[in-house]
Every structure is written in C-alpha cells, then in structure tokens.
Design a protein around this ligand. Structure first.
Ligand code: ADP
Ligand code: ZN
Length: 530
C-alpha cells in the first residue's frame, strides 16, 4: 500500500504480475479491483476458487494505507499471513487466540503504516479499543470475507457480523468490499441490507454466460470458415476476430475486406492514432469486424458484439474466457468460435520455452496451455469444462455448445495410439535427428517421401501400418494425445516425444478414447492442414 489513490491505469495488472506472478485476471477480477481502487463499495459473489482474495488484496496494495480484512477463519489467519509474507507482502492479524505481546507488535506495525493487510476476527470490532486503534492508523479499505455469515441464522459469527454495518458510519470514506461464494438472490439481498451495501456495486460472477454458444473446431482453411460463419450466421453483425500475430491480423483483415466485409486491423504495431481511430469506429459503427491481437478489448464496453472468433489457440482458458466474454454483453445470443491446430500448439510451446521467468513459471504456462487443449479436445459439454476450470460446478449438458448440439462421436483409439507412440519410440533412437508429427504420419501412412527414404524409415516395422486413418485423422490423434498428456512436444523443431504415461498405453495397460469430428468427413479433410 504505497501508491496514492489516483493510481494510473494498468497498475492493478502490474501488481498482479509482479507481486502474485499471474499473467491475466480471472473473470470479474479486474472490474472489481478497479472499482475498489477508485474508492467504490462492492458486493462480490464469486464461486469458491474463483479468486476472491485478489479482489481486495490488489486494491489494498495499490491504495494508500492498510487493507483491513474481516475474516471468521481464525484458524487460517496464520497460514494466510504466512502465504502473503512469502509473496513479499507485509501482513498481520489480530484475534483472540493471540497473546498480548503478539497483539501489541501487530498494532504497532499497523500504526506505523507498516502493513499492507491486517486480518481481524469479527469479534475484534466489538471492542472499542480496536475501533480506536483503527482510527489512529490509515485504512485503505475494509474487506468483509465470508459475508454470508451476516445472513445466516444460527451462524456463530452472525452477531459480530451484524456489527459490521457500523464500519460505514465510522469511516464513511473508506471503501468496503464484501465477498462470498454463497449467492442465492435472497442471501444477496440480505447481505446488502445488513451491511448497508445496497448502493454498492454488485458483482455476481457466476461465470456462466448462457447466451454465448461455444464452438471449437480443428483448423482447416480457417479464413474461409470464418467468412462463411460471418456470411451465414452473422451478416452485418459486429464481431472481434483474434489472431496470434500482427501479420495474421493484417492478412485476415485484408481477406475479409476483399470479400466485402467491413473489417479493421488492430495491433500494437499500428501507431496510437490509427488504433484509437479503429477502436472509435468499432464502438460507433454498426456491424464492424475488428481483427486484432489480444491487445484489443480490455475495458471495451460494446454490448452488441455478436461473435468473437479465434483463428489461433489462446494461451489459457483464462484468456479464452476473457476474450469470448466480450461477445453478447447485452445477453442476446452470440457466438464464440475457435479454430485450432497442431501448429498453434507447437508455436505456443515455443513461446513458453522462450519466455522469461523461472522454470516454475514456464511449467505454469505449460499447464495452462494443456488445460486449454483439453477443453478443445473434450467430448463433453464445453460449458461444463469451462466453468469447471473456474471451480464452478455445472451439471450440464448446456444445450448451447457444439458438443451438446452435435455430440462428437468418440472411438477407441488405443490401437491407433499404440501405433503412433511406437513410431515415435523407434524414431527416438535416431541420434541427432529430429522428427516432427508430419514425418511420423508419413511413416504410418507408408509414404516413401525423400526424407523417409533418406533415413531408411520404410524398413521400420511401423511403416505403413496406419493406412486405416487419413492424414487429418492422424493429426487429430496427435493433438488429442498431446492434450491427454500421452505425448509431448519439445525443441525447436517440435519433436514428438513420449511421456511417462505413454508407456502405459504401449504396454496395453491403458485405453485411449478419442473424439471423432462429425462435421468433417474424413476424406474431404485428408489434405487439409490441421
Ligand atoms: P476464493 O477465495 O474465491 O475461493 P482464492 O482467492 O483463494 O479463491 O483463489 C483461488 C485460487 O486461484 C488461488 O490459488 C489463487 O492463487 C488463484 N488465482 C486467483 N486469481 C488468479 C489469477 N488471476 N490467475 C491465476 N490464478 C489465480
Ligand atoms: Zn454444452
């Protein structure tokens, strides 16, 4: 809590990265954090695991003074404070389980302005001494954790929580943020009434966006498919098309324009004036398609964006959710369409390998990508997978995603997986040589390419054993084995390698279920790049 209240924009994102080591906000976090930093009151309802803590921790760091957190979880206070201390934050707590010395020490820290966060047991606020202590220090905000305690009859903490309405009377200028995961409308109304938060902004972050139809498909001539999507389902609609690179933003925008669609590019390589102008046109005009890198969209509030298309795989589910979430803010039916291919995975893995930060950071990025891939390859309801990732239980099927509307067939891919993995295993012995998915598939299909001939790979026992599948189908097998962790990619040339789990498949100890794509007849797709 060092910076003043008039924090520059982007400060929250910087703290997120620098202090907490995260790359992007979870759904809802950024809006809440910015609202509280600006001094607003908030009632936050977010599923467990959704990331409520950051919603007060970051504002407490950005605003001047100490964030005072009221939490009934006395037994956890020490752990919470330890975890924050490990991150380099200055935190302390006051509760009745403490001895006098400890208490005095923490009080002195608070008065000296040496604490970013101070955790208080709710009963502390019933003591006039504590209130006077708070008077003498500087308070950045009040966070009221587990706010449903105020609304539950028979709850141990209820009497103490009812006293919390007094905070506002005593410190009218200190923002308050109440947080809970329990969110029936009745509970919500009672929390707001009891804590005098009726005029506060209410953030209800159940993560579901029921009006968005999620569709994810393997990449095959994506620009044409995008054009077809716009022409057949979204003619004249406003939309955002996300691409990974500036070059593909430019190419895609030009392609759409050449086909009669009003489209504009947006990326960090354009000068500030052009960017501002394109953004203004997108907001003002009807039916404009913005083709952009993910630099576009933060803080853009256009309610009638009817579709968000991804021509490349997002790096994480957080990113995917945030970007697709820009569709349909008005609640009307909207489309989130994503095309992804093996090449995306390879490229993103390279970016991860080349990224700054330590090994743990790279591992985290890699796990995020795996989760994104698993969402792409799932045979279950997309919404269920998406919400499940954010810790929200959803008893699908939702009836409004591609897997629900057009259930993918799944098939027993154990034998195919064994063939592919044993080919990878054989190639592993070619020291100094690196073979990617394309070469492995050539071998399985029995193609005598120059490269196959050069290395004598037509003499391998696996040569030509995979003609029952097409090239596109083999690529799908590779992708899905990657998504399931049964195969890995590494190195500059996207070399396929085995994982520990591959062995189980090769030894026949594990069955592999794969999804078949019903919308793409195998023959037609045989030559398509995946
Ligand atoms: P809640 O209090 O809502 O149950 P927490 O605040 O404990 O959730 O957060 C749940 C988990 O999510 C924690 O491990 C936290 O570190 C992680 N988390 C929160 N925000 C982010 C984010 N923006 N990016 C990645 N992880 C996050
Ligand atoms: Zn569904």
């Amino acid at each position: 809590a060092t910076t003043g209240a008039g924090a520059p924009p982007g400060e929250a994102a910087r703290v997120l990265r620098r202090v907490f080591g995260y790359d992007s906000f979870r759904p809802g976090q950024q809006e809440i954090i910015e609202h509280v930093i600006a001094g607003g009151d908030a009632l936050v309802i977010m599923p467990t695991g959704g990331g409520k803590s950051l919603c007060y921790q970051i504002p407490a760091l950005v605003r001047k003074g100490t964030g005072v957190v009221i939490s009934p979880l006395i037994a956890l206070m020490q752990d919470q404070v330890d975890a924050l201390t490990d991150l380099g934050l200055r935190a302390g707590f006051l509760n009745s389980a403490q001895d006098l010395d400890e208490r005095h020490f923490v009080e002195a820290q608070f008065l000296g302005g040496e604490l970013d966060l101070l955790y208080l047991a709710p009963e502390r606020l019933r003591s006039e001494a504590t209130l006077r202590l708070l008077d003498r220090g500087e308070i950045a905000l009040f966070a009221i954790d587990e706010a449903h305690c105020v609304a539950q009859w028979g709850h141990d903490f209820r009497p103490d929580y009812l006293e919390l309405s007094a905070l506002h009377e005593r410190w009218p200028h200190v923002p308050r943020v109440a947080l809970t995961a329990t969110a029936t409308p009745a509970t919500r109304a009672e929390i707001a009434a009891r804590l005098d938060l009726e005029r506060a902004r209410h953030f209800v972050a159940g993560f579901d966006r029921p009006n968005i139809r999620y569709r994810i498909e393997p990449k095959s001539d994506p620009k044409r498919r995008l054009l077809r999507l716009i022409r057949t389902e979204h003619p004249g609609d406003a939309g955002i098309v996300y691409c990974l690179s500036r070059a593909s933003v430019e190419k895609t925008a030009a392609f759409l324009v050449a086909n009669g669609i009003t489209a504009l590019p947006y990326h960090a390589g354009l000068d500030a004036r052009t960017r501002a102008e394109h953004q203004a046109r997108f907001l003002r005009e009807d039916g404009l398609v913005m083709v952009a890198t993910i630099a576009f969209g933060m803080g853009i509030d256009k309610p009638d964006v009817r579709f968000v298309a991804h021509l490349d795989l997002p790096k994480s589910i957080e990113g995917y959710y945030q970007e697709t979430g820009r569709a349909g803010r008005d609640g009307l039916p909207s489309t989130a369409w994503l095309a992804y291919g093996l090449q995306d995975v390879v490229q993103l893995r390279k970016l991860i390998d080349a990224s700054e930060g330590d090994e743990a950071h790279r591992r985290r990025l890699s796990a995020q990508l795996d989760a994104m891939l698993a969402l792409c390859e799932t045979v279950e309801c997309r919404r269920k997978g998406l919400l499940g990732y954010f810790g929200e239980r959803f008893d699908g099927p939702c009836g409004n995603c591609d897997t629900c509307l057009d259930p993918p067939e799944s098939w027993d891919g154990t034998i195919a997986a064994q063939k592919l993995l044993s080919a990878v295993y054989r190639l592993r012995r070619e020291r100094g040589q690196q073979f990617g998915a394309g070469h492995v598939i050539d071998i399985l299909l029995g193609r005598r390419t120059p490269r196959v001939a050069q290395y004598g790979h037509d003499t391998l026992t696996v040569f030509g054993v995979g003609t029952e599948l097409t090239e596109a189908e083999w690529r799908a097998v590779v992708r899905q084995l990657l998504a399931q962790g049964l195969l890995a990619v590494h190195g500059d040339y996207s070399v396929l390698t085995l994982t520990e789990a591959s062995a189980e498949v090769l030894r026949g100890r594990r069955e592999v279920r794969l999804r078949r794509d019903p919308r793409r007849p195998a023959r037609q797709a045989a030559s398509a790049p995946a």
